[in-house]
Design a protein around this ligand. Structure first.
Ligand SMILES: Cc1ncc(COP(=O)(O)O)c(C=O)c1O
Length: 317
């Protein structure tokens, strides 16, 4: 049976044109580097539940990394009074759910940076820094939008080609698609490059209404079918467009789901092995949280299959 999930295939084009606010850069990391180059903070507070790619971008910019924890709703456990004026705070909208990072909480910090890599469609006011990452939501090779004070003045010199080889290979079901995808992912670094012209064009012509509606509907289907068994209870707000459906299980079952054709990524295994040691809640998230696929390729039938496999695997234990 065809697997459900995994990286996206090339996004189909429509006649509609959509414009995006912000400076178009190559990746989330490029945006973060641009912000830190501009602001030069001595220290950046980052959540322990975060990928190494983002943590490394902070160190590479010459700022010290200070980890902080999250509460049971994935909101920062950080007192604004403990953040001095030489420091910035990186905060994540997890899974595209704005309840993990309400605007009032962002505004309680003096120098916030909002990481919407998992919340592409969340729009932010322009008086503080924020960025997203297009390829996590749309089938494009690269791209991210940076918003913030004078973001238009950011100088992004080089413009990388942005190979779509892996996206096409995925679409055609070619066996080397995953290898090509890994190679494409390895090509991202912390340099402040611009989004490729190809991805800009593809982003402006993608069917964003369909993408948003499908993602929301699939999320709601899984919430209906699996919500009672989910140990994480975070609501979907009216404007949210989710990345995955985060299902926190009592034990790790990633491998079992993958064997059954439900492709769930590990977010993020480095949280478990990192030094200094991550708090136990963050380790639990990295071990037991299943980011279930809900993207625009899928509809209700696929969600029924995802839910049935999760239930079967859990019943089996
Ligand atoms: C939460 C988060 N922030 C930032 C990034 C970096 O984004 P990009 O891969 O576009 O550089 C990622 C993904 O790697 C991420 O998951």
């Amino acid at each position: 049976m065809t697997p459900v999930g995994g990286f996206l295939e090339l996004e189909p084009l429509t006649e509609q044109i959509t414009d995006f606010a912000g400076k178009p850069l190559r990746s989330g990391r490029a945006c973060l580097s641009a912000i830190l180059n501009r602001e030069s903070p001595k220290r950046v507070f980052v959540p322990s539940y975060l990928c190494d790619a983002a943590v490394r971008a902070v160190s590479a910019a010459g700022s010290n990394v200070e980890f902080y924890g999250l509460d049971s709703d994935l909101q920062p456990l950080l007192d604004p009074r403990d953040v001095d004026q030489d420091s910035m705070v990186l905060m994540v909208t997890y899974f595209g759910l704005s309840q993990t990072l309400p605007l009032s909480l962002i505004r309680s910090f003096r120098r916030p940076i909002v990481d919407n890599a998992c919340a592409f469609y969340r729009s932010m006011p322009g008086d503080f820094w924020s960025f997203n990452s297009a390829r996590k939501f749309v089938g494009v090779a690269d791209g991210a939008y940076l918003t913030g004070p004078n973001s238009a003045e950011i100088d992004a010199s080089s413009n990388v080609f942005g190979s779509e080889e892996h996206l096409r290979a995925r679409q055609l079901g070619e066996p080397d698609a995953h290898q090509l995808y890994r190679r494409a992912e390895r090509s991202f670094d912390n340099s402040v490059s611009a989004m490729s012209d190809r991805s800009r064009r593809r982003m402006s012509r993608a069917d964003h209404v369909k993408i948003c509606n499908r993602r929301r509907r699939n999320y709601e289907s899984l919430q209906e079918m699996l919500g009672m068994a989910n140990r994480l209870q975070i609501g979907l707000d009216a404007d949210d467009v989710p990345h995955y459906y985060p299902f926190l299980s009592s034990i790790p079952i990633h491998q079992r789901l993958i064997q059954e054709g439900i492709l769930v990524p590990s977010l993020w295994s480095e949280v478990i092995t990192r030094s200094p040691r991550s708090p136990s809640w963050e380790q639990d998230l990295a071990t037991r949280l299943l980011p279930l696929p809900i993207d625009q390729r899928y509809g209700h039938v696929h969600m029924e299959r995802v839910a049935a496999v999760v239930r079967e695997v859990l019943d089996d234990i």
